[in-house]
Design a protein around this ligand. Structure first.
Ligand SMILES: NC(=O)C1=CN([C@@H]2O[C@H](COP(=O)(O)OP(=O)(O)OC[C@H]3O[C@@H](n4cnc5c(N)ncnc54)[C@H](O)[C@@H]3O)[C@@H](O)[C@H]2O)C=CC1
Ligand SMILES: O=C(CO)COP(=O)(O)O
Length: 426
């Protein structure tokens, strides 16, 4: 970006330190992206980016070594993102608490089954005014109901957390092939009131625009004293937030767009956190269905039909359980919706493993263990979690495709049953 995106009148004595929590296939790719951006924007960010790595031994050139040592010496995550050079300002750190020390931007990017333990360790050990972005595709189901990981992380850590999701097969983006994503960030009042116009980023704008002038009216909309914010369902959050100190650049749409934007990775900023997160979570169930029908050899029409039905169930789920804040257009217009559904049903891991499982006559879990070298599927666990939530409410029949996928994974139904299970008059 040739032009600085921040108004030249805005100078900040402190910069944001960024930590990525997670270092898998997508975690390493996102770390590469943000490390490229922090290097390009020293006016906003500290150059060095920390990446927390779940430490393990790996074989490298005939010797057993720690994964973090290999990443730091050779700038490559040989296990989860092989053959991709990582920026030298990206530091792999096996200590979670050391990696997040002094970081005001926390990017959560790990398989959803591990986030609970991570948050337990982070609680009370992060910068109080930190803000988060969750790249996790999944939903958190408990006895109390269904929660987005962004809101669950935010409430657990006492910070505000947005969500990043899109048609983002990591290996393609790591190779810098053109793609786009959606970042949902509905800034807390005390952040947006520093300069509300900076958060209304129209879809078409690149991040290097100059901020618009504020009006007195805009500035008075959200009182600085309000330390609460709206959660993803539009309710007043119980979390009392710590404002970002004025010495730091504001943590708003422009700053986050600048952090994640690359010429090969375009960013659309929106405020619908629930829709954006649900798109990423629920499409994984549909990708499993697409793999099933492809594995059965039914071809493109069958796959298109499960995608169509799945998209409708995604929208229905969002509106039924997250209410009016979920916008249908997030599913139909954004990368986080229909585009992610398409790419995942063409070449995602959930799709590929489900297809191989049908072709080989084995379980999806067996294919996952045999083929993914430690990477984790999210569609199988999300199907089970969503099913348990629907079952508790007697709503399984209202989501026939989600229910069919879970029943097939559990061995109660067959792929051949899909047409009758999802029939409109069923
Ligand atoms: N890989 C992809 O193409 C994309 C993935 N996503 C989403 O990103 C999230 C992260 O996925 P990936 O980075 O692809 O991970 P991955 O599937 O490559 O998972 C492996 C990661 O889990 C870690 N791990 C293993 N055991 C652990 C434990 N006990 N505690 C903590 N971590 C442990 C491994 O060290 C490794 O970093 C998921 O929610 C996924 O759905 C989103 C877009 C694209
Ligand atoms: O979310 C993804 C692409 O946007 C990747 O999906 P898989 O986890 O199925 O590979």
């Amino acid at each position: 970006m040739a032009t600085p995106h921040i108004d030249s009148a805005e100078h900040y004595s402190k910069k944001h330190k960024v930590t990525v929590v997670g270092s898998g296939n997508w975690g390493s790719t996102i770390s590469k992206i943000v490390a490229e951006s922090t290097r390009e924007h020293p006016e906003l960010f500290e150059e060095q980016v920390q990446m927390w790595v779940y430490e393990e031994d790996v074989e490298y050139k005939g010797t057993t070594q720690k994964l973090t040592s290999v990443i730091n010496e050779h700038h490559e995550n040989i296990k989860y993102l092989p053959d991709i050079k990582l920026p030298t300002n990206l530091v792999a750190n096996p200590s979670l608490l050391d990696a997040v020390k002094d970081s005001s931007i926390l990017v959560f990017n790990l398989p959803h089954q591990f986030i609970r333990r991570i948050c337990e360790q982070l609680k009370g050990n992060i910068v109080p005014f930190a803000r988060g972005i969750s790249c996790i595709k999944g939903v958190n189901v408990s006895d109390e109901g269904v929660a987005l990981f962004s809101e669950w992380i935010g409430e657990g850590l006492g910070i505000y957390c947005g969500a990043l999701s899109g048609a983002n097969i990591a290996s393609e983006i790591a190779a810098e092939k053109y793609s786009a994503t959606t970042i949902a960030y509905d800034p807390p009042p005390m952040d947006s009131s520093r300069n509300p116009s900076r958060n209304a980023t129209p879809r078409s704008q690149t991040p290097n625009r100059a901020p618009q002038k504020n009006t007195a009216d805009q500035l008075s909309v959200t009182p600085l004293a309000d330390l609460h914010h709206k959660d993803a369902r539009g309710r007043r959050s119980k979390t009392k937030l710590t404002p970002v100190p004025p010495e730091y650049p504001p943590l708003d749409h422009i700053t986050f767009k600048t952090l994640f934007y690359r010429p090969y990775f375009h960013v659309s900023m929106v405020s619908d956190v629930a829709g954006t997160s649900l798109g990423g979570a629920l499409k994984n169930i549909i990708a499993v269905a697409a793999g099933f029908v492809e594995g059965r050899g039914w071809g493109n029409n069958a796959k298109a039909e499960v995608m169509r039905i799945g998209l409708l169930e995604m929208v229905q789920f969002g509106q039924q359980f997250f209410g009016e804040t979920v916008q249908e257009k997030t599913f139909t217009v954004e990368s986080a919706g229909v585009a992610d559904l398409i790419t995942s049903c063409q070449g995602g891991r959930n799709f590929r493993c489900a297809k191989l499982a049908v072709e080989r006559g084995v379980s999806v879990q067996e294919v996952e263990a045999a083929e993914l070298n430690g990477q984790k599927l999210q569609g199988t666990s999300t199907a089970a979690e969503v099913n348990s939530f629907l079952k508790m409410r007697g709503l399984e029949q209202e989501y026939p495709l989600f229910t069919a996928v879970h029943d097939i994974l559990e061995g109660r139904k067959q792929v051949d049953d899909i047409p009758s299970l999802v029939a409109a008059d069923h």
